[in-house]
Design a protein around this ligand. Structure first.
Ligand code: ZN
Ligand code: FE
Length: 239
């Protein structure tokens, strides 16, 4: 790949990512939960911060931005329709719009559900999903409807299966335990749960994950229709 992605744990269980274009040296951060770990990672790599791509307005995805703006002058990117409750945007985008991170071309996907106007950023081989699609899970439906969230996940499901899914939280162990209650006989899921347990016991992130693995094991992505999705999401809320 002509880029490198660094996964940076932040706050209690958030992830942020540095997407670095090897061709131009341009570096973008996806969401800004916290500044210090990002600044340390940039210094360690000898990179500077050129862009910040926001997925949604929740505090744990934007709170580190003021501190980062004190150190760098990145172009801040987010959803045009959510501009009134996001930090000040330099580039405001809508579904289907493209953006460039150096020589890398990204596309905006509206993945409303967790919040309305939540967006994901799809690049070749990588999608940054925020709190829409998680490893073995999906975000809680706070602002949108179950139908909306189902449709959003299905937009992600049709990306190339070898796409890496960079999601915003380390919720995978809890999701794994829940997933087994929905699909106890899913052999791929059983194997994955063991892997997740091993990784988490060693303190290793389970994010990113391969979309093809999500398609084989993530019950929220595998729900046959919106009604089945709603049933599973409601069960998870009470799990
Ligand atoms: Zn959120
Ligand atoms: Fe979050």
């Amino acid at each position: 790949m002509p880029y490198e992605v660094l996964t940076i744990p932040c706050l209690a269980d958030n992830y942020t990512f540095l997407l670095h274009d090897k061709t131009t040296g341009v570096t973008a951060l996806i969401d800004a939960p916290e500044a210090t770990p990002v600044i340390e990672a940039l210094n360690a790599k000898g990179w500077t911060l050129d862009m910040v791509l926001l997925t949604h307005h929740h505090w744990d995805h934007v709170e580190g931005l003021p501190d980062l703006l004190a150190h760098y002058t990145p172009i801040v990117v987010g959803a045009a329709k959510d501009a009134d409750r996001l930090p000040k945007l330099d580039i405001a985008l809508n579904e289907g719009d493209t953006l460039e991170v150096g020589s890398l071309k990204g596309r905006v996907i509206d993945v409303s559900g967790h919040t309305i106007n939540h967006i994901a950023y799809a690049f070749e081989g990588a999608v940054f999903t925020g709190d829409s699609l998680f490893a073995l899970g999906c975000g809680r439906v706070f602002e949108g409807t179950m139908d909306m969230m189902h449709e959003s996940l299905q937009k992600l499901a049709v990306l190339p299966p070898d796409t890496m899914v960079y999601s915003g939280h380390e919720y995978t162990l809890g999701n794994a335990k829940f997933g087994l209650t929905i699909e106890p006989d899913n052999a791929a899921l059983q194997v994955r749960v063991k892997d997740v347990e091993r990784l988490r016991a060693a303190g290793i992130p389970t994010v990113p994950s391969l979309l093809s693995l999500e398609l084989a094991t993530n019950p929220f992505l595998r729900a046959s229709d919106a009604a089945a999705f709603a049933r599973i999401r409601t069960e998870k809320d009470n799990f």
